[in-house]
Every structure is written in C-alpha cells, then in structure tokens.
Write a protein that binds this ligand. Structure first.
Ligand SMILES: Cc1ncc(COP(=O)(O)O)c(C=O)c1O
Length: 468
C-alpha cells in the first residue's frame, strides 16, 4: 500500500504548481477577469507544457504537432466553433463534414470490397473509446433483438483495449478475455473455444495498444463468419497507418473490410489521422448494425429526438477540423507521414535491441514495447527516462514499457536522443539495482496486490484530479 501511495504523491507533485503558482478559481470570480489577463494565463499554462510533447519526449499523445498544421486546424475550429451537428438545419456543413469523414475513412479501410446492399457506413464520435462503446452497444442490442441472446458476450484477447472492459461494465455484457501467443497475438485456439451461442462479437486489434502487435485478423474474421458472430477490428491506432504501410511495401496482412467476416471497425482520426483531439470513426458493414447505436425518442414533450451517438449536442468544430485534416493531408500526405513514422519506429526498435538487457516484445512496426532481463527493473528504466524528460507508457502482465512513435519522433535527432537516454537510464539502474523511485515501485507492486486495493488507489487518484 505504501508503494501504491507513491502514485498519489507523484500526481500531487505534478499538479501542485498548477494549483498553487497560477491564479485559482474554486468559485466564479465575483467580478470579471479581463480577457487579456485570462488569455495571458492560458498562454502561460500551455507554455509550461508544450516543450515536452513538441520536442518529441512523449509516447503517442500528440501525433502530428507541427505548428503550421496546428494553426490550420485551429482556423477550421475557430470558424466553425458554434456549430452543432444536433441541428442540421442550422449547420448542414457539419453533416457534410461528418458524412465525408466517415466515407473517406471507410474507403481507406476497404469499403470498395463491400457488397452494394451492405455498404460500409458509420459515425463520427469523440474518440476511440466512444467508437468501441458504440459498436459494443450495437452488437449487444443486435444480438438480443435479432438473435434472441439474453446476455450477449464479447470475446476479446487480453491485449484488446480497456475500452472493451468499459463497454462490458456499462452495458452488462460479460467480457471473455482470451490469451495471446508468444508473439502477443490472439491465441486462435482459445478464441475459437471461447465463442459460444452467447457470443455477440469477437474482437481483434490492428494493432493492439500494449505491444503494437496486429492480431491474426483474417483468421479471426473467418472464425467469426463461420460461427455467425460479429467481428470488430479495433484499428484506433492502426487505421490511418496500416493502409499506407502496405502501400510502402511493409508486410501487412488484410485487416479491414476487404475481409468478408469483418463487420465493424474503429479508427481514430485524432491519432494518426492528425485531427485535433476529440474525433474518431466507427464503421459498420451494412446500415442495420449502425441503426442499433442510434437513439430516437418519439413521445417526449421536448419534441422528436434523434441522436446518432452517445452525446446530444456535439462539437461541429472538431468535425470541421477533422475534415480539414483529412482533405489537406490526403493519400500522399498520409503515405509520407507513415513512411517517416515507420522508419523512425524501426530506429527506436533497433535502439532498444542494441541496449544490453532490454528486448523488444513481439514484432512491432511503430508501437515498440520492451521488457528487461531478470534483475533489471524495467519500471525503474522508465522512471529514469522520465528524469530525462521522456513520458513512456508502463505496461503490465508482463512488465514492460512502450513507446508509440509519432511524427514528433521523426524530427531530426529524436531517435538518437532516445537511444542515448535509454542506454544511460539502463546503466543507472545497473549502478543502483536496489533503488526504486517515483512510479517504479507502484508498477512493481500493482500486479502483486489484490485488485480491490489497486482499484481504490486509482479511484483516489481520479478524485485528486478534480480537486481545486
Ligand atoms: C488500440 C486502441 N484502441 C482504443 C483506444 C482508445 O482510444 P481513446 O483514448 O481515443 O478513447 C486506444 C488508445 O490509445 C488504442 O490504442
């Protein structure tokens, strides 16, 4: 427990200056704070945070980040900032943007292979989690209504994103987790055994968040089709990279609607689609599944109510910015961006492999997970990287760390800095093998403690985030 409390002190340490050194507003100011003063405060706050992600110290997080691109997205946002797709009569442009975002994403992901009576359709949502939640809800209600399953289940590899756990909990759907093989790909035998007459949907990731490994999607899709269940491919990370990786000659097995068994996909425009944060696309083969995520109310005194996703009012400005990103970057831009990311991914992978005591997990392309030999604490390596400015992602079961390569890392010198800092961080752990600081003991303990205890600490962590 004391080790876990380290999580809280780390967070307190991070948040303290933001609660103390800047003007704070626990209540509305009685008068007005001048706009110039507010703008100055906003600028100063952003200024303290910007350099780390801009200079390429963060795993994932900011996927493009060039100042020109950001200014362009900001313009799109600014001119559409009042737009709300809930009111298509007022903002038909928002509907145009969203229809075209869905269509462009669908065509990038194999929609041309779909039968004319089952076109690939979808919606624009707030992020990968919402896309996954919506798809799982649609499968649940489809399974209940069309297949007579009382308590429909999700079958997913342990590596599929935590959003599937969230869906399971929110929608009362049992989640059957299956193992992965030595390459961290879904174990097909276990997956086949887990599919029952209660299964609504089987999940594969392209690639999965933890290890950047692509599940055997052709086999999963074939299995799903054979057993008459849905197959959701989570391409939140890979949707905007894999099509171009293939065009560049990388070995990418089929993973999208090209495969007849794939019935839905999630692809995040706010990651490698290079849109501003807050958009993602969920796609379905055929309109029928999409209808199960819609919500309509016919007898409400407030009028006839209809909404395609979880939110009611939605930020049309984010859809405008997303549309602007897709159109301004285009196939050639995405191909070039993917080339730079994949080449940098290879360099990061080589840097890990060249560091004695570390090894790469699986056979990843640009999300590079690595572990450490017995006796070398990988979490302390992560912590020491943190002291050098890096923000990497801690993984567990097995203990590992990952680096999701973005365009920020493709800047000159970043991969070299990563390699040098990684070597130094490992050397430091070897020099002080007993020393555990910051989050290292937290991660070290979390896997060994009862889940309830860890959950309580995580809940307290979330509480702390909302304290003024
Ligand atoms: C494979 C995968 N799926 C889903 C998600 C969830 O996306 P979001 O954080 O946008 O909700 C992520 C996020 O990293 C992801 O990597």
């Amino acid at each position: 427990m004391t080790e876990l409390s380290g999580l809280m002190s780390e967070l307190e340490r991070t948040l303290k200056p933001y609660r103390g050194d800047f003007p704070s507003f626990g209540k509305l100011p009685s008068g007005q704070v001048a706009r110039a003063q507010v703008a100055d405060l906003l600028d100063r706050l952003a200024g303290t945070e910007e350099s780390r992600w801009r200079e390429g110290f963060a795993s994932g997080a900011v996927y493009h980040g060039d100042p020109d691109h950001i200014a362009f997205l900001n313009h799109a946002y600014a001119v559409h900032s009042q737009s709300n797709p809930l009111h298509p009569d007022l903002w038909p442009s928002a509907s145009k943007f969203e229809a075209e975002i869905v269509s462009m994403t669908a065509h990038m992901l194999g929609a041309d292979h779909a039968a004319p009576d089952e076109p690939v359709v979808g919606t624009v949502n707030s992020g990968g989690t919402e896309s996954i939640l919506l798809a799982m809800l649609a499968y649940r209600d489809f399974a209940r209504e069309r297949r007579g399953i009382e308590r429909p289940e999700i079958v997913a590899p342990v590596t599929a994103h935590a959003a599937f756990d969230k869906a399971a909990r929110f929608f009362g759907m049992p989640l059957v987790r299956v193992g992965v093989d030595r390459e961290f790909k879904a174990d097909l035998g276990e997956l086949a055994d887990a599919i029952t007459d209660r299964t609504a949907v089987v999940v594969g990731s392209a690639p999965g968040f933890p290890h950047g490994v692509i599940d055997p999607i052709p086999q999963i899709a074939a299995l799903a089709a054979e057993r008459g269940v849905g197959c959701h491919v989570d391409a939140c990370l890979g949707g905007f990279i894999l099509p171009w990786a293939r065009a560049l000659g990388y070995q990418v097995p089929p993973f999208d609607f090209e495969l007849a068994g794939v019935t839905s996909m999630s692809a995040d425009t706010h990651k490698y689609g290079y849109a501003a944060k807050g958009t993602s696309v969920v796609l379905y083969r055929g309109r029928e599944l999409r209808h199960f995520q819609y919500y309509t109310v016919t007898d409400w005194p407030g009028g006839l109510y209809l909404s395609p996703t979880f939110a009611g009012s939605r930020p049309g400005a984010l859809s405008a910015a997303c549309w602007a990103a897709l159109v301004s970057i285009g196939e050639s831009g995405y191909t070039e961006a993917s080339r730079r990311i994949l080449e940098t991914g290879q360099r990061i992978r080589e840097a890990v492999a060249a560091t004695p005591g570390l090894y790469v997990l699986g056979d990843p392309l640009w999300v590079i997970a690595f572990g450490a030999e017995e006796g070398l604490d990988i979490y302390q390596v992560m912590e020491n990287m943190g002291h050098r400015g890096w923000s990497l992602n801690g993984l567990q079961r097995p203990a590992a760390v990952h680096m999701a390569v973005t365009l920020r890392h493709a800047q000159p010198g970043v991969a070299e800095r990563f390699a040098a800092d990684l070597a130094d961080s490992v050397a430091e752990v070897r020099a002080n093998p007993e020393l555990r600081t910051g989050l290292a003991p937290v991660y070290g303990m979390a896997a060994a403690l009862p889940a309830e205890l860890v959950r309580d600490v995580l809940t307290a962590y979330l509480d702390l985030l909302f304290e003024v």
